[in-house]
Ligand binder design. Sequence first.
Ligand code: COA
Length: 253
Amino acid sequence: MSNVLIEERAHGARILTLNRPEARNAFSRALVDELRAAVAASTQARLVVLTGAGDKAFCAGADLKERRGMSTEETRRFLDDLNALMNEVAALPALTLAAINGAAFGGGCELALACDLRAAVPDAQIGLTEVTLGIIPGAGGTQRLARLVGPSRAKELIALGRRLGAADALAIGLLSDVGDPLAWAERLAAQLANTAPLAVAAAKRAIDEGAHLPIAEGLAVERRWYETTLGTEDRREGLRAFAEKRPPVFRGR
Ligand code: COA
């Protein structure tokens, strides 16, 4: 186990903790590499929680000190790796939760946006602040934020580099819950235990793939993913358990 990332099982979930509190958990190259490896090893989990060490920051974005020493070409490569990380998080079959324990700016906010769900502590601050540094979000922020909260709100937040408080982020649907994110994760994990893993993964895919298609094409996407559940043992188990009036035991097959 590395020291910049802590991997553990707790609260019924696989928890990945960005562990550079002295740099507000900013993304160094080493942290991006470690996180990508940990995400690749998370395909069997039911719930993957991403969080940050300490009580100040979830992640303060790219490591701006490391960035100063990078050539333009190195910056491009870093951006490619950061994008790959976000896409790998978004593609996980498990439900993913950003447990935002403090500031989530720039790439930290983009990591949260790549997750399925976001929950934060009451004093968290969230924002895509890149324009205040002369750049724009480069790891999916312009696309994922606009899809989540709509283009007009995304333009307002991104063009002004706004830092939103948790209550405001909750009000626009950027967060699902404000309070104790790890306690929320524990409740989610308990609820997920009653669901079939392949069905959850298929539902996630159907939603992601269909979100920006015309409705007829989206419905065809849903049908394709429905088909993937038809031949599963878990579907048969669901029907059997219903008939036998007992809770189902799903095996992810
Ligand atoms: N990259 C590298 N180091 C960072 C960092 C980043 N993105 N964000 C914070 N740090 C470092 C600070 O330089 C400081 O280091 P030092 O002790 O060597 O001076 C240390 O983390 C603590 O930062 P500080 O600002 O004192 O902590 P804070 O708790 O008062 O505030 C933040 C935390 C996240 C609100 C604040 O650090 C911040 O706004 N960071 C920049 C966020 C940003 O613009 N990200 C990039 C978006 S593209």
